[in-house]
Design a protein around this ligand. Structure first.
Ligand code: ADP
Length: 590
């Protein structure tokens, strides 16, 4: 099979493939004046110009931008995110860059763009806002792809149904937008949203990537209901109950404008195979609308912090957390955060230490003492009327009191604790951008997330902590991480902060994440999501029964997208029109 024949991870280490296709997708083709920094693979300058004209016919000149100059890769901040390159690049800035960006104004234009990309055989990479920083942002896996900015013009909250407790949103609706809508319409006393750590990303994009938040509705994919999707051939699909027409809809209107079935956002599964999951972390469709369940205001709320004094408390804490979480005594998605995760929100590295080495245990203890925090800090919340909260708190407090030296705080006990005050908002669905701060731990701070799934068990948590901390230290980095406790597992999020303007720092960050992926797979641990540069490597670790899952994914990909135009390489799935081996990104040498 040409597309995605499997190759052993060691084949990806450094060496002969170091000048792989991903760096020079169009080989040595000469560039004409006015050409983009990177043409799509196999496309001549002349053909690309023709393509841009046709694109402008669809979406209008104002909504098509060719990326022709290095200065267009100047954005560096989450607050003003790039729409065409990876702001947190571990390689060169121009390694994952779009040839042009189009911002469709409606679903009909998305359909027309897909057809045009098929005609020209040009890859297209959809994104909603591009604030998926740490995982690649808006940048495409295949340089020279057309970026499709779904959020710029398609950013309406189409519906908020109070009785049904749901919203229907377009791709550009951010967590801030949805929250503001509830506040401005006096609906917060009825409905809450769930937000991730940073609220500037889109509800739809975060859910598509299976991101998490921290209220009882923290599993975003679990709480979505119904999608509208443009397939690679331009066809429009509504999933679940959306496939059943509304008898009152105008059958002569374009499909995307037809009034949907009134149960579309109420029942996920409809009839027959349930397809939604196939469109998450996937290259099978462009999502144009999505339903999201909102949480009923619980009628009372209390957030809290429990500080645990010793590094070794991790094991016991996780053993305490598991039964409480499984029984839903812990009602939300709580987090157990390493001291540096909190410290980094309150100051950069230089404000704590001038040591060139990773901070040692004595230094970490000193930081914890200075900040009145533990080596591990547990942030949770209680939801419901006072009597309910009182009972739950007595159980939670009783359980954590088994840990010697554990201390218990409500936000009013530590008014100056920025993290506690921020978690107080986040855990009730109020968005913020405060936690951006930890990225500034190092000068020119950028980050990659290493995000393995862990059993909620003391042994697994300690095993992952020791492994990731050791590898970080070998690379000269400080360990910064958090355990995010889901319904039955933990997302262990390790924040690999590096200096994006220092090549050696970038190289080390790439080395450490790539090494950790390998280490983790050898222990049966896999990641839930990753940066575009690591997608191939992680996909190769999910290889049960001779890569049966990858073969299934490729079969579906090739059937729905025979020319391989939609997000080739996304999550390690290469269409038959690409040579996966040539496109693989080599693992860095030590
Ligand atoms: P955010 O909205 O959080 O800023 P992004 O816009 O960066 O997130 O999207 C993250 C990733 O999710 C994209 O790189 C893309 O793979 C996928 N994605 C986002 N929006 C869509 C969409 N409307 N259709 C299909 N895939 C999408």
């Amino acid at each position: 099979m040409k597309g995605a024949e499997q190759f052993a991870p060691e084949q990806m280490v450094g060496g002969p493939t170091a000048e792989a296709a991903y760096r020079r997708p169009n080989g040595d083709a000469p560039r004409d004046a006015g050409d983009p920094l990177c043409l799509p693979p196999g496309i001549s300058s002349k053909r690309f110009k023709e393509f841009l004209c046709r694109l402008a016919d669809i979406s209008g000149d104002d909504h098509v931008t060719a990326i022709t100059k290095m200065e267009e890769l100047s954005q560096e901040s989450y607050l003003d995110p790039s729409k065409c390159h990876d702001m947190f690049h571990v390689f060169n800035k121009e390694d994952f860059v779009s040839s042009a960006v189009v911002a469709p104004r409606n679903v009909g234009e998305v359909q027309a763009i897909m057809r045009l990309c098929n005609e020209f055989e040009i890859p297209v990479w959809p994104f909603s806002i591009g604030r998926n920083v740490g995982y690649g942002g808006a940048s495409p896996r295949v340089s020279g792809s057309l970026g499709m900015d779904m959020g710029r013009n398609m950013n309406k909250i189409l519906k908020v149904d109070v009785d049904g407790a749901y919203a229907l949103v377009e791709p550009g609706v951010t967590y801030f937008d949805l929250h503001d809508y509830l506040v401005n319409n006096n609906l917060r006393d009825k409905l809450w949203i769930d937000v991730p750590d940073l609220g500037g990303g889109s509800v739809l994009g975060n859910t598509t990537e299976r991101g998490v938040g921290y209220t009882p509705y923290g599993d975003h994919y679990m709480m979505h209901c119904g999608m509208e999707i443009v397939l690679p051939n331009g066809e429009l699909v509504r999933t679940g109950m959306g496939a059943l027409p509304n008898p009152n809809a105008d059958p002569n209107a374009p499909a995307h404008e037809q009034e949907p079935n009134s149960c579309w956002q109420l029942f996920n599964y409809g009839f027959g195979p349930y397809n939604d999951g196939s469109f998450t972390q996937s290259s099978l469709g462009v999502i144009t609308k999505m339903g999201v369940w909102l949480m009923a205001n619980p009628g009372g709320y209390q957030s809290y912090l429990i500080t645990l004094p010793r590094d070794d408390d991790l094991h016991q804490a996780i053993e305490i957390i598991r039964p409480l979480r499984v029984a839903m005594v812990l009602q939300n998605v709580p987090t157990l955060r390493h001291i540096l995760m909190d410290a980094a929100c309150m100051g950069d590295r230089a404000s704590y230490s001038n040591s060139a080495n990773p901070l040692n245990d004595e230094e970490l203890d000193a930081i914890a003492e200075k900040l009145n925090l533990g080596r591990w800090n547990f942030y949770g919340a209680l939801y419901g009327p006072q009597p309910v909260r009182d009972v739950l708190w007595s159980v939670v407090k009783g359980a954590f009191s088994q840990i010697k030296g554990a201390k218990f705080f409500f936000p009013e006990d530590q008014p100056d604790n920025l993290v506690l005050q921020t978690r107080h908002d986040t855990l009730q669905g109020i968005p913020s951008v405060t936690e951006l701060k930890w990225v500034d731990w190092l000068p020119n701070g950028a980050h990659l997330f290493f995000s393995p799934i862990a059993k909620v068990s003391g042994d697994d948590a300690v095993g992952q902590y020791q492994l990731t901390r050791r590898r970080c230290e070998e690379a000269g980095l400080d360990f910064i991480g958090t355990f995010v406790v889901g319904m039955r597992e933990m997302h262990h999020i390790v924040c690999l902060v590096f200096n994006r303007k220092d090549k050696e720092s970038c190289r080390k960050a790439h080395w450490v994440i790539s090494t950790l992926i390998q280490d983790a797979a050898e222990r049966g641990w896999g990641e839930y999501r990753t940066h575009i540069a690591l997608m191939d490597q992680i996909a190769q670790t999910y290889n049960f029964n001779n890569n049966a899952q990858m073969k299934l994914n490729e079969t579906i990909k090739n059937a729905l997208d025979p020319k391989g135009i939609l997000a080739p390489g996304k999550n390690g799935i290469w269409p038959q029109t690409y040579d996966a081996k040539a496109w693989a990104i080599p693992r860095p040498k030590r």
